[in-house]
Design a protein around this ligand. Structure first.
Ligand code: BMA
Length: 850
């Protein structure tokens, strides 16, 4: 029985009313506001218009008072069921944010201090027939911080040292401080008879040609009065195919293996079908009656991380069902500042976007939450792997405190049990950047304390995993791995965060050495990616503006201009110069808001393309590229590829090409030779021919060549090399575009300029366009080369088949438009522009002359 839906909510001054009074069934909550559960107090007050939208202007600062209140939720439920001798009842809170005390019918049944996991209460004797009252009190965090030392390293919000809550609530370098409270996940009542299942663990132990072996373990809890010998049966189903097996049970634990003939494997979507079986585990009494059932989907698959190449070199390569992968994806942060109120559909939309851009892995970054089940279910369904951090990020944690550690151990245990059965789960990781940054800050004298928290990642988590999920790789931190005296960002071992680009880190660096940062045009430039020979790039990226619609919705009137205080407030990173330097090196410094939006998006998109094509050419010695970051939790300017209103930035559309399974790339820098490489991540051999054309901006062919190739499955093929002279035939390098296209259609068109944007003078081009309402499509054409053709969409959650593209002279492109929320697409309000277009076109006016 679900207890979600309507609850009542009210805030009090902390301690101003005795708790037992408010919790009492007789208490009159008549005048309290109604509240949704799951949810959070900010969303509730916003809906009731009691606060201004915290995302508009500086309104987030006006919400500060909410952190200092005591928040109460109350609800009633009717319990008509009888609890018999052998029955017992659980009240389950899947998420309480954060310091909560729970009362049932006026009695305190417990208190919790961990937002990140579920909390269950046995209420068999407290429940009454008829009306019952639940009251939940949330204390202000500050109340629990009294006498708690907070005088050591913790980026953003010192309270989070002690508080097991989404770290990003306290602010991050891409989001505001909005410290939520509330019942943020489902609440339910579950009645059991005699016993219930507790921990199911299903895994693939062997995959052979025509058979797979699955192992299912289950434990259960039995009512102490019940002395029956219980049994467990397991069923695996795919369509009409059903395999059943009974487990051998010893005390409260059972185990069985299932042999699956001709198994259909779970693959990432780029390699095959993410096939899912249905798994059912039943717990039965001596009379054969089913006491409890567990159902889930289950993918037959094996995943490992290969750390040594056949030739002895180091690797960090995921291997799925025997196939060594190149991981393509992005880092995932909470989908909203108000996580409890975020709709499940937001997860589906973002993950489908990721899949459409050929991503095959998401990293659930350690400063947010262990995601909601919908996230993992969708990753299972869509064939996306998950890199799962434990929720420890950029801070020291008080592992010297026994109570804190009991809380942490409980959290880790619950999380492993909840997530280990998802097929998408590829790796566990202890924390975000703590090992690496501890050494940096310690060497600089900024940290003088011991490495508090070290035992969590190096002792507690690995010990619990050895018991509860021993077969999946555990990686203590990200980045992690050192070849002797180097620091954990070592490119020759494990994963690496490339914050040379953007943050200007100077690397390699040895442990104990001072930290050097080079915040200069060259220091932060994306050209630095080519010096990165990492085995696995798990974080790297650059800022780009959000789309105009997203920003203009939340920036107060008159403030939507470049360098306004409101625009600058959207950028939560330190040293705003970094972004400007990055643009200065590639596009030039913007002078207007329009230029800022274009230049930052173009720099991010071209920069990521530059880095990722380099990483991909290094396969398998580089085996993964996870962009920082896929999504945003508010309408700011950040490293994200998709903005808060679910409007993709240019980099997202670029990803559809630079992450394509088969890609032909050019390795080139101004003045250097052009090296053509075919990257084939698909498992099939590809036979095709590349047409390489060098055109001037009026469309004249300067050079053209067809190059046949045959690329083996899962391989990289070096194809050809040209000097600039050979292909320019006297033309100036800044006056041409190099186009690579496929004769057989096996790879997407790939285009390059031979000089940086700022060093090119684009001709003035004229755009022509037409629209088709019936097909939700726009066709665009340009007379001369058009750079960065942008379809500006004043509507949320709309995606194009392509956007932010270039058009060759006379080239015509039809773009299909899709609304993610199925609302009407208002084509007539779209604006089409190009950086070098004479004017901006409104979608309704022009028609392409035939
Ligand atoms: C890394 C991440 C995040 C941060 C990002 C950008 O440090 O792990 O903590 O938001 O880089 O600075």
């Amino acid at each position: 029985m679900k207890l979600t839906g309507e609850w009542k909510l009210k805030w009090f001054e902390p301690g101003s009313v005795p708790s037992l009074e408010v919790a009492a069934p007789s208490y009159i909550d008549h005048f309290w506001m109604e509240a949704s559960v799951p949810g959070d107090v900010h969303s509730e007050l916003l809906e009731k218009k009691l606060i201004e939208d915290p995302f508009v202007g500086h309104n987030d600062l006006a919400c500060g008072w909410m952190e200092e209140k005591e928040w109460w939720y109350r609800t009633t439920f009717l319990w008509e069921d009888e609890c018999l001798e052998e029955d017992y009842l659980h009240l389950i809170f899947e998420g309480l944010d954060t310091y909560a005390t729970i009362y049932l019918n006026g009695k305190e049944i417990g208190s919790t201090e961990n937002m990140l996991v579920e909390h269950t209460f046995e209420i068999t004797r407290q429940v009454q027939r008829g009306k019952n009252v639940i009251a939940v009190k949330f204390d202000p965090i500050s109340l629990h911080m009294k006498n708690k030392e907070q005088d050591y390293w913790c980026s953003y919000g010192k309270e989070r040292i002690w508080t097991r809550k989404a770290a990003m609530n306290f602010g991050w370098d891409w989001g505001p401080r909005l410290v939520t409270a509330g019942i943020w996940k489902d609440v339910s009542l579950k009645k059991y008879k005699k016993a219930h299942l507790e921990g199911i663990h299903a895994k693939t132990v062997k995959i052979e040609e025509d058979q797979a072996v699955i192992e299912v373990e289950a434990s259960f809890k039995q009512l102490f009065k019940n002395k029956e010998t219980l049994s467990l049966s397991v069923e695996l189903r795919s369509g009409t195919e059903v395999i059943t097996s009974d487990a051998d049970v010893l005390r409260a634990y059972g185990r069985t293996t299932i042999e699956v003939p001709r198994p259909k494997l779970w693959w990432t979507h780029d390699l095959g079908e993410p096939h899912l079986y249905q798994l059912k585990v039943e717990l039965k009494g001596e009379d054969g009656l089913v006491l409890d059932v567990h159902e889930q989907s289950f993918g037959i698959r094996q995943i490992q991380v290969e750390q040594t190449h056949e030739n002895g070199e180091n690797l960090f390569a995921f291997n799925l069902n025997g196939v060594r992968l190149f991981v393509k994806g992005a880092n995932w942060i909470p989908v909203h500042s108000f996580i409890g109120s975020a709709e499940n559909s937001r997860y589906t939309k973002l993950l489908e976007l990721a899949q459409d851009a050929h991503m095959n892995m998401m990293r659930v970054w350690g400063g947010g939450i262990y995601e909601k089940d919908i996230f993992y279910r969708e990753c299972d369904r869509l064939g996306l792997l998950v890199w799962q951090d434990f929720m420890f990020a950029n801070a020291l944690y008080p592992d010297y405190n026994r109570n804190f550690m009991l809380n942490v151990k409980d959290e880790i245990t619950k999380v492993i049990k909840r997530l280990r059965n998802y097929s998408c789960l590829a790796i566990w990781c202890g924390n975000n950047e703590i090992d690496w940054i501890y050494d940096r800050k310690h060497s600089d004298g900024e940290i003088t304390t011991p490495f508090y928290g070290e035992s969590i990642y190096h002792e507690v988590i690995p010990e619990l995993l050895a018991e509860l999920d021993p077969d999946r790789l555990y990686w203590p931190s990200s980045p992690f791995g050192s070849s002797g005296d180097s620091d954990d960002d070592d490119e020759t071992v494990g994963d690496r965060h490339n914050w040379v680009v953007w943050h200007g880190n100077v690397e390699p660096r040895k442990k104990g050495e001072p930290v050097i940062q080079d915040i200069s045009l060259e220091g932060v430039s994306f050209k630095q990616y080519k010096k990165d020979f990492t085995l696995f790039s798990s974080e790297f990226g650059m800022h780009a503006s959000s789309n105009a619609y997203t920003l203009s919705n939340y920036i107060p009137e008159g403030e939507f201009y470049w360098k306004s205080a409101e625009m600058s407030y959207r950028n939560k990173d330190h040293f705003h110069e970094k972004g400007i330097l990055l643009m200065e090196g590639f596009t030039g410094v913007p002078g207007t808001i329009e230029e800022y939006m274009n230049y930052s998006m173009l720099t991010q998109a071209e920069g990521l393309k530059y880095g990722i094509e380099h990483y991909r050419r290094r396969k398998p010695y580089t085996s993964g590229a996870l962009i920082w970051q896929l999504n945003d939790c508010w309408p700011g300017t950040s490293w994200s590829m998709v903005d808060y209103e679910l409007l993709p930035k240019a980099s997202y559309y670029y990803a559809k090409r630079f992450f394509a399974p088969v890609l032909v790339t050019v390795n080139h820098d101004p003045g250097s030779d052009l090296e053509l490489t075919v990257i084939n991540d698909s498992l099939q051999p590809v036979n095709d021919s590349v047409t390489m054309e060098v055109l001037d901006f009026n469309g004249k062919t300067v050079f053209s060549k067809d190059l046949d190739f045959e690329a083996a499955g899962n391989s990289v093929l070096s194809l050809a090399q040209f000097t600039e002279r050979e292909i320019l035939k006297g033309e100036k390098p800044e006056n041409v575009i190099v186009c690579l296209s496929s004769i057989n259609g096996t790879f997407p068109e790939n285009r390059y300029y031979l000089r940086d944007f700022k060093d090119i003078t684009y001709p003035e081009t004229h755009l022509e366009m037409a629209q088709s309402k019936e097909e939700n499509a726009i066709t665009v054409r340009a007379d001369k080369l058009a750079r960065f053709v942008k379809i500006d969409i004043p509507q949320e959650e709309v995606v194009c088949s392509d956007n932010f593209f270039d058009l060759l002279p006379g080239e015509e492109k039809t773009v299909h438009i899709q609304s993610l929320n199925n609302s009407e697409v208002r084509l007539e309000s779209f604006k089409i522009s190009a950086i070098n277009a004479a004017s901006v076109k409104q979608a309704e006016t022009q028609a392409i002359p035939r």
